[in-house]
Design a protein around this ligand. Sequence first.
Ligand code: HEM
Length: 415
Amino acid sequence: MLNPDDHLNDPAFFATGAHYALFDRLREDDPVHWTTSPDGRGYWSVFRHAHVKAVLNDPLLFSSEREGVAPVVDAEMAAVVREAWGVGKHIATIDPPRHADYREVIAAPFLPKALSAGEARTRRLIGEIFDQLPAHGEIDLVSDLAVRIPMAVICDLLKLPAGDWAAMLDWGKMAIGGTDPEYQRGTAAETTAYGFRQLFDYSDGQAAQRRGCPWTDPLSLLANAAVKGQALTPAEIAHNAVQVILAGFETTRNAFSGGVLALLEHPAQMALLRAEPKLLRLAAEEFVRWSDPVISLMRTTTADTELGGKNIREGERVLLWFASANRDAEAFDRPYEFDVTRHPNVHLGFGAGPHFCLGGPLAKLEIRLAMEELLARYDGIEITGPVTRVHSTFVGGLKHLPVRLKPHLPRAVAG
Ligand code: HEM
């Protein structure tokens, strides 16, 4: 039997779905587990919901800024992420108290009030993507629908030209999914670096055009922002823009496609949603819990501390396994039951504490509207080929979901 650490460091393992059984065992036997890693430094793996939540709520002791938040455990990749992702320059990797100032710069367009005002437009954008699907209904639900919906929505929000989406999708896959052989150009680290570099240059160019512009989209807000009277540097602007773009589409695609697969595997839940589409608001939370778009995130300790009976020293890395926390029986009734009516649903899919996902309300809106559209347009959805998952310990989910969509038959005209 392999050492569990070999699995925890292996992106391919997370494409098998076998990680849930491993997590069940480790949550019980060694919930804060010292894990050896390819870079020789090792890190603490945290599996229980209560521990993951406690760490997220203590951002001064468990820093996002020291080494970033990506679960990077080999030295070549660590250097790439620090540089290419701009650790310390964008809100996900800035610690309090500085963090709040940066978050405030871009928060307004993501608040529920702003999103409600734009709901009709978001619905229309999503409808247009469905309109473009082939009439024969044979599609890859991931590439034809799940990736295109959040891409269209975030680019519309940032006022980025539709002609650039295809390139951005490719760069995004490389930046976030560099550990997956299907996306690679060279090594995983080279692929990640390339994806981030392209997105950075693109965002930098777009931001340059927005300086002095009165628009109120997040990119224009960044391009013209000052924090404590100091204008953001071009690097801060571009890194924050990349963060918003990537966070905008790489995670939501997984929650939507993972939600569709879950419904196909649980037909009674699908029938319930067809009968009561209002349940989609609750269901969106369960899609996120069930599909675990963010598998893990990292923190680094700023002082010696104790967690789950283990002594953790200053400067050690702590890896938070969200995919484990979201199946913890201490936090969820029937954690392995997919239940679109689950309430309360205390999943940590959007994180917790000051870095709690800024785009959560937008993601849930997109998922709800896209699911409404899918169920309203199609009567039958069947899987027609192998379902595959991204090789990643970070942002994971479906890579391919081939399906046949059967439209509703037109209603017979009475009379
Ligand atoms: C289902 C979809 C999504 C999931 C599962 C998700 C998950 C997360 C998680 C777990 C965090 C916390 C990071 C941390 O604690 O280090 C986060 C932060 C963030 N997310 Fe999302 N996210 C999603 C969609 C979005 C969307 C659509 C956007 C919009 C642009 C977005 C923007 C952000 C930003 C800007 C942060 C950083 C917030 C901060 O550090 O203050 N996310 N997200």
